[in-house]
Write a protein that binds this ligand. Structure first.
Ligand code: HEC
Ligand code: HEC
Length: 373
């Protein structure tokens, strides 16, 4: 198999870890005996066996299944994987229908929620991989989806060269990234970029190619995992960690989710890029603090990017100022340790719990969580 390392940019454009390199010569490792049709059988526990599948065949079947009897994305993705496992493994896959995955189309009967191609691929993954593997690979598939430019270069090329099973549309299609696993956002950002109708044949073809791309990547990472060579490519946008620092389990604990927060909410703290696309570029943390948690004094280690006036303060979880640690003092560039003894501006010991410190140096600001026990 042709193996090469893709740059992040290439990864986002092609949507694949591999260039078109077919997984040739896969042996059909039969873990479950193939039975004669009609032979009585019981349904085995999950997960069912998985063998290495051909990534590019998966892409073509995903695209084909999308058009099959107008069953669309979720069926297309699910059927592609299950039909290949029927051929490679046999039972129990031959005993299971695939048509029931039709409901996921258009983000669940047109509601625009989870992209149906993801619904189908994640369901197949969950059948043939156990919970811990399925969730690990599913996390990668979902994250990857939010940052890929669909349809990928490979799908566009297959269409142009007539290499899909269904060749009704051979146009080079506009590529767009949507930042979300939601059908509504995925479809609408593409429709706007391509300037076509949401119900038109171009949009359907785009979703067909996308279905192929999603199935191909799902099969790719299941194959990698089977060979112990799975390495996630998705890097979560820094904004998610930033928002969840305050809103997640160890903070206000009033929010669940891993997708790009600013796409729907904007940023009430006024510190992130206004355009969510910019926040997809991962930023590096400029500081850290140790130890966590601390008694009764903590050292906040800050990196000052360039010499200037520094302002550092501690806030409580409701955003109220607790303690000014540095008030516009001049600091040289580099690492500096600042200690906080767990008292407020009146030198009273504060309650244990979660706090935040905010560092400002010129136009650079940074917020980090600290736990006082
Ligand atoms: C420094 C901590 C902090 C950070 C970082 C933070 N928040 Fe908040 N957020 C708060 C606090 C405190 C409230 C008020 C909560 C309350 O009153 O219960 C709040 C309120 C909200 C609310 C509800 C109030 C409203 O504005 O309608 C939303 C939605 C929200 N934040 C989203 C976000 C998002 C999205 C991000 C990331 C861009 C983010 N927050 C980052 C602390 C934070
Ligand atoms: C697809 C759109 C979308 C995304 C992405 C999203 N949210 Fe929300 N969120 C909503 C909607 C809609 C509501 C409910 C309406 C409201 O109160 O704004 C909500 C509610 C909230 C609330 C409660 C607001 C209140 O009034 O108390 C918080 C806090 C919040 N979201 C934080 C986050 C965080 C943090 C993230 C990122 C992990 C995030 N949201 C991602 C759409 C979204």
């Amino acid at each position: 198999m042709e193996q090469r390392v893709l740059s992040r940019k290439e990864f986002l454009r092609t949507g694949a870890k591999l260039a078109v390199g077919l997984t040739a010569g896969i042996g059909a490792m039969t873990l479950f005996p193939k039975r004669a049709a009609g032979a009585p059988s019981t349904i085995p526990d999950l997960p069912w066996p998985y063998v290495e599948l051909d990534v590019e065949e998966a892409r073509r079947r995903g695209h084909q299944g999308f058009y099959c009897s107008d069953r669309a994305c979720s069926y297309g993705a699910f059927h592609a994987i299950i039909s290949m496992l029927r051929e490679e493994v046999g039972e129990p896959y031959t005993l299971m229908p695939t048509g029931f995955l039709e409901w996921g189309r258009g983000g669940a009967w047109g509601w625009g929620t989870l992209c149906g191609a993801l619904t189908g691929a994640l369901t197949a993954m969950n059948i043939c991989r156990g919970k811990s593997t399925a969730s690990k690979l599913g996390d990668e598939l979902l994250g990857w989806y939010t940052q890929v430019e669909f349809p990928t270069d490979i799908s566009n090329r297959y269409a142009a060269e007539g290499r899909f099973y269904d060749t009704r549309n051979r146009d080079e299609q506009v590529q767009s990234m949507c930042g979300s696993p939601l059908c509504h956002i995925s479809v609408n950002t593409w429709v706007a970029a391509a300037n076509v109708d949401a119900t038109g044949p171009e949009r359907r073809e785009r979703c067909g190619r996308l279905t192929g791309d999603v199935v191909a990547y799902a099969v790719q990472i299941m194959n990698d995992d089977l060979k112990d060579s799975f390495a996630p490519l998705y890097v979560a946008p820094a904004s998610v960690a930033y928002c969840m620092n305050c809103h997640g389990r160890d903070g206000l604990n009033d929010s669940l989710g891993k997708f790009e927060c600013t796409q729907c909410h904007g940023d009430h703290t006024g510190r992130l890029a206004n355009n969510w696309r910019e926040s997809l570029a991962p930023t590096h943390a400029a500081g850290g603090h140790y130890p966590v948690p601390f008694i009764p004094r903590t050292t906040i280690r800050v990196t000052i990017p360039s010499a200037g006036a520094v302002w550092l303060a501690v806030y409580d979880i409701h955003g109220r100022l607790v303690k000014n640690l540095i008030d516009l003092e001049h600091f040289a560039q580099g690492l500096h340790d600042v200690s906080w003894d767990g008292t407020d501006n009146f030198n009273e010991r504060v309650a244990s719990g979660t706090y935040f410190y905010r560092l400002q140096v010129g136009s650079h600001t940074e917020t980090q969580r600290i736990v006082l026990v």
